[in-house]
Design a binder for this molecule. Structure first.
Ligand code: F6R
Length: 609
């Protein structure tokens, strides 16, 4: 949700900002802007402010070669207050133009601040950010505060989440930075410093980073990084080197990141076996995590969207091997509606980004209760990772397409290693018999086979989904959980209204929606207990005119099935079965002429509640 980048002391600030924004575009892409100035102490600079509605490419078109400087801040927006429009785009300025601000987050009391402190001010747009920059200016002017003190005071008045980068045209050699709940970190360069929402956007310039914690304020110049807490104490902090690979964030020859990321899944499965097992196939999960789980009486998985679906897909496996009940929680619900917990709960936060605000608000409560927690995430050092008791990484490499694919399959595989480790520790027979490294290698091969049949899959669904307004995925058991994810993937990038349904539940009402040529995609993995029933449900919708496509594990396939997936271990079937549905969503979006990687209204990292 919104991306921030800032640089001070670099001879080509404009290009640094624009390259950074391009890398951050996954965080929001309805409008963007940059402010560029020259970072010379004592020299008052007017600087240049350019904003545009639309994508970074639209902003780029407005930026001429005359826009040059050595410092600046930039922003790509995902609208929360005020529609996408140039006047709502960041950076925002104070009335006198002195202060320039970019912001990610939501200022909850912005209307009260406007009324209490800024009733005489004129505002160009409707954003909470514009209120913040006016407030800083008002405090500086009315109370005679310098920029740092005015900023600090504003932070004590502001309620909500924020990552701020502020510039003062009278001190163009400084960027003032602060954060609460929204991600932001410092990049350390040789003779320049940066600030950014995501390390990925800075890795061209540096691999040396410094964290900023909530309620801290940072003063950044080309040579210094000074961290203050709100009480004014200076905080000392070590920097760290991040192992990010520039080639990971490129698209290569792929038309879209999503296709690249779908294709990377076999490699991710193999990587996880290297990370979570030794050369003898023994699982190597952190002993502290295993002990905490062994001592628990119930596992609570908290997540949102695709990660929530990955939690469901892992429930059966976790319950079978750990012998503990697993309960799923939608993060945005549990934040304010936590149900009665068991005596010894253990929380697992599943999050690709590790920054999801909805999940974090639950983690804050879990920490306040003193309960143990594990974050399973793709992003080392992310907020959820830092704040949970333990972390397991997904090792999927950066996931850039907004629609999550390889993180979903990596989440299930990582939880499979966890289940195996805990099950082995408690001498569960099924866990001991489950050769996860071998089974995951079969999954990797199965995915490769599915990927080699892309043209077939594309051909099967192109006509079916070309113009339809709605569709259904149906399945039972594990296939139902995959249906939930498959339908989310289809709707978010093709805009087809799609429901993932428990196949047996259709006849209790929803079957009324099936009419001539309604697309229904049925998932049938190799589970004899349910496959025949799902086939019965397929017959029911066919009888009502539905156009059905079946995705079936080979061992359960019959003549006439459409997409066959090689059979894998039942604990891991969701990983294999989801891949054709990812491709279906991809091709549906592609053939509808949509931007596969950046669907409307969405952003990759959802850092507002
Ligand atoms: C859908 C998608 C989202 C995320 C959700 C949670 O493709 O990516 O549904 O899964 O916003 O995000 P994370 O996993 O980063 O917590």
């Amino acid at each position: 949700m919104c991306g921030i980048v800032g640089v001070v002391g670099h001879k080509n600030a404009r290009d640094i900002l624009m390259q950074g924004l391009e890398k951050l575009e996954y965080r929001g892409y309805d409008s963007a802007g940059i402010f560029v100035t020259s970072a010379q102490q004592g020299v008052q600079e007017t600087g240049q402010l350019i904003k545009s509605v639309g994508r970074i490419a639209d902003l780029r078109e407005k930026i001429g070669i005359d826009v040059a400087g050595t410092a600046g801040i930039g922003h790509t927006r995902w609208a929360t207050h005020g529609k996408p429009a140039a006047h709502n785009a960041h950076p925002h300025t104070s009335s006198d133009g002195r202060f320039v601000l970019v912001h990610n987050g939501v200022i909850e009391n912005y209307l009260a601040l406007k009324q209490d402190y800024l009733s005489a001010d004129h505002f160009d747009g409707e954003t909470d950010t514009e209120v913040a920059v006016h407030l800083i200016a008002a405090l500086a002017e009315q109370e005679g505060l310098d920029t740092l003190e005015a900023f600090k005071k504003a932070l004590t008045l502001i309620e909500g989440s924020y990552a701020f980068a502020l510039m003062d045209r009278t001190r163009p050699d400084v960027i003032y930075v602060a954060k609460n709940k929204s991600p932001l970190l410092i990049g350390l360069g040789d003779g320049y410093h940066m600030v950014c929402s995501d390390a990925m956007a800075m890795i061209r310039e540096t691999s040396e980073f410094m964290e900023i914690h909530d309620h801290e304020l940072v003063i950044l110049t080309k040579d210094t990084v000074e961290i203050h807490d709100l009480a004014g104490n200076i905080v000392s902090r070590e920097s760290y080197t991040a192992e990010l690979d520039l080639s990971d964030i490129g698209k290569g020859t792929y038309p879209f990141y999503m296709l690249k990321e779908i294709d990377e899944q076999p490699a991710v499965m193999r990587k996880l076996s290297q990370v979570y097992a030794d050369e003898n196939g023994q699982v190597t999960v952190d002993q502290g995590i295993i002990e905490a789980l062994v001592n628990a009486d119930r596992i609570y998985i908290i997540a949102a969207g695709t990660s929530y679906h990955a939690g469901y897909a892992s429930k059966y496996l976790l319950e079978e091997l750990t012998e503990k009940p697993v309960e799923l929680g939608i993060a945005s619900e549990w934040g304010y509606n936590m149900p009665r917990l068991s005596d010894k709960p253990f929380f697992i936060f599943l999050s690709q980004s590790g920054e999801t605000a909805d999940s974090r608000q639950v983690l804050v409560k879990v920490n306040a209760l003193g309960l143990p927690s594990l974050t399973v995430t793709n992003v080392p050092g992310s907020t959820l990772s830092r704040e949970a008791s333990f972390t397991m990484l997904l090792h999927a490499g950066p996931e850039i397409a907004v629609a999550s694919t390889k993180a979903y399959t990596a989440q299930i595989a990582t939880l499979a290693f966890l289940a195996k480790a805990v099950g082995t520790a408690i001498q569960n027979d099924k866990a001991q018999a489950f050769d996860i490294v071998h089974e995951l290698s079969i999954v990797a091969q199965t995915i490769e086979t599915t990927l080699s049949e892309k043209a077939w899959i594309e051909n099967k669904i192109t006509g079916l989904l070309a113009t339809t307004r709605n569709a259904f995925y149906i399945g039972r058991g594990q296939d139902y959980y995959v249906s939930m994810e498959a339908s989310l993937k289809l709707k978010e990038i093709s805009y087809i209204q799609c429901e993932g349904f428990a196949a047996g539940e259709l006849k209790h009402g929803t079957i009324a929606l099936i009419e001539d040529q309604t697309p229904v995609i049925a998932l049938i993995s190799n589970n004899p207990k349910v496959a025949a029933h799902t086939r019965g449900n397929v017959s029911e919708v066919v009888a009502r005119g539905a156009s059905v496509v079946t995705i079936v594990e080979r061992a359960a396939a019959i003549d006439g099935d459409d997409i066959i997936v090689n059979t894998v271990h039942p604990y891991l079937s969701s990983i294999a079965m989801v891949v054709p549905t990812q491709l279906i969503a991809y091709y549906a979006s592609l053939h509808r002429g949509l931007d596969v990687d950046k669907p409307r209204n969405l952003a990759k990292s959802v850092t507002v509640e």
